[in-house]
Design a protein around this ligand. Sequence first.
Ligand code: GSH
Length: 347
Amino acid sequence: MNWVRISCAVASLAFAATIMGTGAAEAAMGDTLKTIKERGHLLCPGHNGTYLGFAEVDNAGNWKGFDIELCRAMATAILGSPDKLKVVPISFAQRFPAIQSGDIDLIIKVTGWTLGRDTELGLQFSQPYFLGATQLAVNVATGAKTGKDLNGASLCSQAGTSTERLAADYLTNLKIKYEMVSFEKSEDMRAAFFSGRCDAVALWGPNLAISISQATDPNKFMALPDVLAVEPQSIAMRQGDDQFVDIANWMLTVLITAEEYGITSTNVDEHKAKAGNPTVARMLGATPGIGKRLGLSESWGYDVIKHVGNYKQIFDRTLGDGSPYKMKRGVNSLIRDGGVLYPLVID
Ligand SMILES: N[C@@H](CCC(=O)N[C@@H](CS)C(=O)NCC(=O)O)C(=O)O
């Protein structure tokens, strides 16, 4: 098992910045869209193992999950097909050096939009596409009921994540002594927690219930009520790639707008033929404009919905009722349904 012991102070951001050195500035050329078109496929991050529900490999060896679907949507928007995608398996810690070295074109990997990443890593972010609380889970045997009860505890976390940093900040603020045990691989972290090597674990909420459900006896573990942060997840891109950021934002808006209007991969042709609503007509390319302005084909919005589906379809098959996880939409619902998701205006 790959253990990295870190005594309380978490230096993941400093670590990423150090590895990258001057690379960040060199890579900020703003030509990612051109590079992808010439290469003929998009390079997106997967995971170094399984990040359940977001990036995992199925029995046939294919990548699946919510983030992978967003990669497929980006590939479709740019190249017309969800298959024009190469998923590069990397860890959370590797995602920042990997984007600067050009190993990946963008980061779609439940990546929290934080001040440090925005200002120190040569990155810029899309509008958030998923909100999730960062929480602690404990081994029930510890008797801990809240974070305050964790004095002297060992805490499992994942290297190079904002989750690790948030947990360190939270426990430091509670003036609690703890030992952070950091893992590069999700599997190793889960195994250490389930085997009792750590008293507690810091997890990103949407993945918490899924992670605990993997234990042989899930009843031995429980989430604490403390909410360490509610972290918005965004697509990260290199600084200077402004047109690419526009494409990511409008791709997300297409997914959300399609859900709002009930446009799915199965009925999108009818909606395009009808072209009644001006917003829908523009989004589907029945009224031209959205392609040229972004350096894409006029049918890119239609293509994304046709091949990948709307936000609800993506959520349902990767995390919701069509998946093993049966996650509720909760806060990641459309604003009209009481959630935080809203589309930008397609004018
Ligand atoms: N949002 C985080 C990444 C998400 C994350 O930290 N996930 C880890 C936290 S340790 C997790 O939930 N792992 C559980 C698992 O992989 O099963 C970031 O941007 O750094």
